[in-house]
Write a protein that binds this ligand. Structure first.
Ligand SMILES: [Mg+2]
Ligand SMILES: [Zn+2]
Length: 186
């Protein structure tokens, strides 16, 4: 799953742990996957690092806050994968045409390799059309949530999506319920 706008509130660049807030039903969504024995992996573009808006240390503190807030709700992540790059902004080493900035699939491929995931049986949940492209690139299903940028993306931009979602969900918990139902049908 994507982080900003999907798991947490979309507030622009999260340059301090105090700006990170779980969306209301995110804890329940992750807990549901934990209980079902399904790996939960966050894949997030954080070009604020390349742009110099915040340091890798701040990003680590923000993601530690995410883990801690989820723990308070009895939920845990199996992995957090970050692209800190931007192709044209900032300075080396983060100014880079990388293979991991979504919609490129590098973060998903790395997670699959580290955790032994079958991406063809996985579902990517995100709040942007570009997240759907990332899913398609690895043969995963995709769900667009209407949180974050999702409602605007779906109402105003869907005719321009390169990839249409397999499902549109109100939020992450609804996306998880859909994915779990699909899984038991398969
Ligand atoms: Mg997002
Ligand atoms: Zn990258």
């Amino acid at each position: 799953m994507d982080r900003d706008g999907t798991l947490t509130d979309e507030v622009g660049y999260v340059n301090h742990p105090s700006r990170l807030r779980l969306l209301p039903r995110s804890g329940a969504a992750v807990r549901r996957l934990n209980q079902a024995g399904i790996a939960v992996v966050v894949v997030t573009n954080q070009a604020g690092i390349a742009r110099g808006y915040f340091s890798p240390e701040v990003l680590a503190a923000v993601n530690a806050t995410l883990v801690s807030q989820l723990k308070d709700e009895g939920a845990h992540l199996d992995g957090v994968y970050v692209c800190p790059h931007h192709p044209t902004e900032g300075e080396a080493p983060y100014r880079l045409v990388c293979d991991c900035r979504k919609p490129k699939p590098g973060l998903l491929l790395r997670a699959a390799s580290d955790l032994g995931l079958d991406l063809g049986r996985s579902t990517l949940v995100g709040d942007k059309g570009s997240d759907l492209v990332t899913a398609r690139a690895v043969g995963a299903r995709s769900v667009l949530v209407l949180t974050g940028y999702g409602l605007g993306e779906w109402e105003y931009r869907r005719a321009h999506f390169d990839v249409q979602p397999d499902h549109v969900a109100r939020d992450l918990l609804d996306a998880v319920e859909w994915a779990l139902a699909r899984r038991s049908l398969a």
